[in-house]
Design a protein around this ligand. Structure first.
Ligand SMILES: [Fe+2]
Length: 214
């Protein structure tokens, strides 16, 4: 049997993007997290479908502020099917990979109907939580020319509305802290809760440092 992970890695080495929040490292981690969740779920999942979906779920990756963003997962699913067909991936598994990719993003609003789709959605959400989530969120903010945080009211405690189009830190409260409740698998929910707690600590610590408290 082919070493599919090597084939996928080779594909990415030839087609790498300059977006460090959606690079080969992100795909490798989503795959590892997916395997970790799959091992704890009572329902059996197809590891090869998980692998292909993890490696190609962001293969079409418009900027976060682009109008194409809500279509990104559908476009990624279509492109992944083309790539997988080209590299002779088992044909009977491609529709499962396509569904997992199409359903992975929140903005696509496509319900995850298979266990593989649920696991990939959870694994990808884990990358928006914890230290990794903090690092990736701030990276994306910087890349879009946004500020890291509101200098005078970083936690929006003094009446201002949260605005993650302006401040990276606001994305934590507006979106990331809501992810644990949106997880699809039991094991994903537990993992997400732990990483969300870390994010909450990070947010509080950052606010302390901004106001020069020790
Ligand atoms: Fe992703």
């Amino acid at each position: 049997m082919k070493n599919w992970q090597q084939v996928f890695e080779d594909w990415w080495h030839k087609n790498s993007s300059d977006d460090a929040s959606h690079d080969l490292g992100h795909f490798r981690r989503v795959y590892k997290i997916a395997l970790h969740i799959a091992a704890q779920e009572p329902e059996e999942s197809d590891p090869l479908v998980l692998m292909a979906a993890a490696y190609f779920h962001d293969v079409v990756n418009p900027p976060k502020n682009s109008d194409l963003r809500s279509k990104a997962s559908t476009l990624s699913a279509e492109k992944a099917a083309e790539i997988l067909t080209d590299i002779d991936f088992p044909q009977e598994k491609i529709s499962g990979v396509q569904h997992a990719i199409a359903a992975h993003s929140f903005s696509a609003a496509i319900p995850a109907e298979t266990i593989e789709a649920k696991i990939i959605q959870d694994a990808d959400r884990m990358e928006s939580l914890g230290a990794m989530g903090a690092a990736r969120t701030m990276y994306v903010s910087g890349r879009l020319g946004r500020s890291l945080f509101h200098a005078d009211d970083p936690l929006a405690e003094n009446g201002r509305a949260l605005d993650d189009k302006e401040y990276g830190l606001d994305h934590f409260a507006l979106k990331l802290m809501k992810l644990p409740a949106m997880m699809q698998t039991e094991s994903g929910r537990k993992l997400a809760a732990a990483r969300a707690a870390y994010l909450e600590d990070f947010r509080a610590q950052l606010a302390k440092e901004i106001s020069a408290e020790f």
